[in-house]
Each structure stands twice: as C-alpha cells, then as structure tokens.
Design a protein around this ligand. Structure first.
Ligand code: ASP
Ligand code: MG
Length: 339
C-alpha cells in the first residue's frame, strides 16, 4: 500500500534536469541509439502483423487539416497557413480514424503527431513535441474489445522485438526474461477510482491522474495494466460518456511498469451527431470549426472503439530507456531547439 508521503516525495519537474539531447551525429552514430531504433522497427512490424491478422486496413493520416484532436490536454496546437486558411498540424488521428470507418470496419495508422507540450514537460522523461502513435479504430467494437485488442497489439509487438532483436536488446542491457514475463501474463484492469485509492493521496475524483502520480504507480506495478473510467473533462469529446454513469467516460489508458507511465489511451466513441455537438460545446469547442467532420457524422458513422499507442513511449519501456527522447532518431523535447 502506498502512502501520501511516498507520492509527494516524487521529484517535481523543476527538480529534474531538462533532457540533455546530443546533436544528430552523436545521437545517430551511437550503437545504443541504433539498437533502440531497430527494436522500434520490430515493434512496428509486430503491431502491423497483428493488425493484418485482425483484417485491419492501414491508412495514412493527413498531416494538416482545418481542425485536429482537441483532447491533447495542456498542449498547444500548431497553425499552418493553408492558402490563406488557418489549418492545424495533426495532434492525433482521431477525427480521421472515426470517419474512415465509412470505408473500412477496421483501420489503423502509424501516424506522426505534433503537440507543443508545456515547457515544464521537458524534464518529465515522457513527453515529446513530435511523436508517433499506432492509432487503431474498429467499428462496432466496445471498450472491452479495444482493451483486449490493445493488449494483443502490445504483446505481439514485444514478442516480435524479443524474437528478432536479441542482439540489440543485449547491447542495451535489457533484461529480456523480465520483459517476456511482463507480456505473457494478462494485463489487470483497474478503475480510475481504485487507482486514486491506491495512491492514498487526496485527489479530486473528477480530474486526470497527473503524470507524477502515474509514474509513481507505474514504478510499483508488476505488469502493464489498464485504467478505465476516466472522468468527463479529462478527455476529448469523442470518448463516449457511460450512459449508466453520466460524467464517467468509457475510456482507458494502458500504463507500462518500471516508472514509464501511460503508453496508450483509448475508448469507446461517441458517434451520435447531437451528442457529439453537445460534448463539443461542453468541452469549450466551437462545433462550427469541425464542419467537415460533423458533415460526415451527420450522415452516419458507425459506433466504434479504438486507441493510440505512443510508439516512442512503447519503445522506451521495451528498451528500458531513461527517457522517451532516446527512442527517436530526431527527438523534439518540448522547448529544446533541435533539428
Ligand atoms: N486520441 C487519443 C490520443 O491521442 C487516442 C485515442 O483515443 O485513440 O491520446
Ligand atoms: Mg494518452
């Protein structure tokens, strides 16, 4: 059982050093970086294999569009001048994931995302201003289906890395027996409320679990685990509100062990036009901005569930890295000027 004191002893962003990222030549010629990037390639290959076996179609996400995911908490979006129209760089593929289901029942993207995270995240070891997600959406799926699928994707990705990257994992000193044991057991599912109890720290049940608290529980976890039932307000308008428990979302996060914290977010989605517009208004979003998306929704999109796995975060955990920037060839640590 954890105590309040334990949690509060976690270093704050100000007490942590901002990542010291080497220049591109030093970073890219490092045998460690090369090993990590090969492990990442195996993770992607494993995820693609699983998606193919599930019958999912891989699409390529637009990089710019009139709107993007507003659910990226605290991060700023990037404007692009598109022939005089103010466009955004994609913060996630969510709008395209939902609308692509009019063509295919099962879709996925391995998509770049840009989020100008707050400056203090430069020392969290888990934020990048530019990163990739293995972004999955299945029509007519429930949250439980998406949870089970996310578990299968992570397991297959890690198995692929273990099977094909023995040398790279050895070079970086990863304990492969431990890694294998982590993914060969079922991942536990805890509710948001249960996690707050375990934290033993007075916490507003209506708010997100902060990254420090999450790092703390992750450090004590014996395997990856899911957290379900995040409160409304902690996610974008697209995660469905539980009809039986208003103000609770049918959302989930996957938390990796070894202090890595969240590596995946997802949920069952809202697909009803009126409810989506209401949720947009409730979250302070102007529905008029979402014209193209709402036009598709109004004519009908299937109910769905899906998730996005942070590829660099998954790589960080699998490779046992101190920091997520080490899992990128050209890392963009928030606020750090870099190529
Ligand atoms: N859009 C979510 C995110 O980027 C992922 C998802 O729910 O599919 O965190
Ligand atoms: Mg997330």
């Amino acid at each position: 059982m954890t105590t309040q004191q334990d949690f509060r002893a976690m270093p704050t962003p100000a007490e942590r050093a901002v990542a010291d990222v080497p220049g591109p030549r030093e970073h890219l010629t490092s045998p460690r970086t090369q090993a990590v990037l090969k492990i990442q390639q195996a993770l992607v290959a494993g995820a693609r294999e699983l998606m193919a076996a599930e019958g999912a179609v891989e699409l390529f996400q637009p990089l710019i569009g009139p709107v993007t995911d507003p659910g990226a908490r605290g991060a700023k979006q990037v404007d692009v001048d598109y022939y005089g129209h103010q466009y955004k760089l994609m913060a996630s593929a969510i709008l395209y994931k939902q609308t692509s289901l009019v063509a295919f029942d099962k879709v996925f993207f391995i998509a770049p995302n840009v989020r100008l995270e707050p400056l203090e995240t430069s020392s969290t070891h888990r934020h990048l201003a530019e990163f990739h997600q293995i972004d999955v959406e299945f029509a007519c799926a429930s949250r439980d289906d998406a949870i089970a699928l996310a578990e299968r994707v992570v397991r297959q990705a890690v198995r692929k890395a273990l099977a094909t990257q023995e040398d790279a994992l050895r070079l970086i000193g990863r304990d492969t027996a431990k890694l294998s044991a982590f993914v060969e057991q079922p991942f536990e599912v805890l509710t948001h409320a249960e996690v707050l109890d375990r934290l033993g720290h007075p916490h507003d049940p209506g708010t997100e679990i902060g990254w420090q608290a999450e790092e703390f529980i992750s450090g004590r976890a014996e395997a990856p685990f899911f957290i379900v039932d995040y409160p409304k307000g902690s996610r974008g308008f697209y995660d469905k509100e539980d009809p039986e428990r208003p103000s609770t979302l049918m959302s989930f996060d996957l938390i990796a062990p070894e202090s890595c914290g969240e590596i995946c977010s997802g949920g069952e989605r809202e697909s009803d036009y009126v409810k989506i517009v209401t949720r947009m208004r409730e979250t302070g979003e102007n529905p008029a901005k979402y014209g193209w998306y709402l036009d598709v929704v109004r004519e009908g999109i299937p109910g769905s569930a899906g998730f996005g796995i942070g590829l660099e975060r998954l790589t960080r955990w699998v490779a046992g890295l101190d920091s997520v920037w080490q899992a990128s060839a050209y890392p963009k640590v928030p606020g750090v000027v870099s190529p």
